[in-house]
Design a protein around this ligand. Structure first.
Ligand SMILES: [Zn+2]
Length: 326
């Protein structure tokens, strides 16, 4: 349970493909200090560890604490991982292979460190401290560069027989649809991730006037804020692409709700944060169109509540539970 573990602070780290964020978190789950750096994504494991330690020290500094004051650490990392050994087995985004990030951070800080899948860590944070608080059955979806998910049933993360369950982004929502990064076709991620939306906008800009598509080409990527601004300004192509993404997210989530019966569907991630409630409403309406298991509309659709802190807080919860559970 959160709150146990001797009352001393722990460190939570959110290791992302573009940013590393660290937080020093008190026993009452308040973040006492924060650190943030760009991920040295091309330089390999030791560079990532070094930057991670800078983030941790910055967070400790802000909290007025030192490394000796914390009792455990947690890391949310992209994977695949060997969770028990604390090893990142492989990550194309981080240019890392078989790197023992958990043991390395543990050695540097002198405390035990627990590593877990980044999406699961964020979903667990939302479950305990955010939009899933008070529920026991929570389906979380995070829409950003990709689409990640975390399923909690009966208060437990569902990891499946292979420990890889929860990959909601790769539910096929249209057989034979667009090619997905995973090699399959028609996955939810291939329709509704920021990457998918950006590809469509760039394509559109080659046929007609599409300022956002041109901007993506200039910047080399789509910023969620730019997408939201184009929608606010009623750019017809951006509006259409966002509606399309919401529709397919709803198709995927509606099917999952029919099978799993969560009490709440929590939707977060950078794209969702930027587009806000209208985007959530479109997703819910598309999902409801096919949900047959909830005639009384008891199942809630809720925006994620922790924003960028979900990863840091979730990682800190895993750290605290590790020392509490022994
Ligand atoms: Zn896929």
């Amino acid at each position: 349970m959160a709150g146990k573990g001797g009352g001393r602070p722990v460190v939570g780290v959110d290791l992302g493909g573009t940013k590393i964020m660290a937080g020093v978190v008190a026993a009452d789950n308040r973040i006492l200090g924060r650190g943030k750096r760009n991920t040295p994504a091309k330089e390999g494991g030791p560079a990532i560890l070094g930057t991670m330690l800078e983030c941790v020290d910055e967070a400790l500094d802000q909290a007025g604490l030192a490394r000796k004051d914390v009792v455990a650490g947690g890391i949310g990392s992209p994977g695949p991982l060997d969770v028990d050994a604390g090893v990142i087995l492989y990550s194309a985004n981080l240019n890392v292979k078989d790197y023992p990030i958990g043991p390395e951070l543990s050695a540097a800080l002198g405390v035990p460190v627990r590593v877990n899948n980044d999406v699961r860590v964020g979903g667990y944070g939302e479950y305990v401290l955010g939009a899933g608080r008070g529920y026991s059955d929570v389906l979380s979806a995070f829409v950003g560069t990709g689409i990640g998910g975390c399923l909690i049933l009966g208060g437990k993360i569902v990891a499946g027989a292979t420990n890889n369950a929860g990959e909601i982004g790769h539910v096929v929502v249209k057989a034979g649809g667009p090619r997905c990064g995973c090699g399959s076709k028609g996955c939810m991620e291939a329709f509704a991730s920021k990457t998918a939306i950006a590809n469509r906008l760039v394509k559109a800009s080659k046929k007609r006037d599409c300022p956002l598509g041109e901007k993506i080409q200039r910047k080399g990527r789509l910023k969620s804020g730019d997408l939201a601004q184009a929608v606010r300004e009623k750019d017809p192509i951006a509006v259409r692409e966002v509606e399309r993404a919401a529709f397919y997210l709803g198709v995927g989530l509606g099917g999952l709700v029919n099978v799993l019966g969560p009490q709440v569907v929590v939707i977060g991630g950078g794209v969702t944060q930027a587009l806000g409630q209208p985007f959530l409403d479109m997703i819910e309406s598309s999902a409801r169109a096919q949900i047959i298991t909830d005639p009384q509309k008891l199942i809630k659709f809720a925006p994620a509540a922790l924003g960028d802190d979900a990863g840091v807080l979730g990682a800190s919860l895993f750290a605290r539970e590790m020392i509490a559970g022994g």
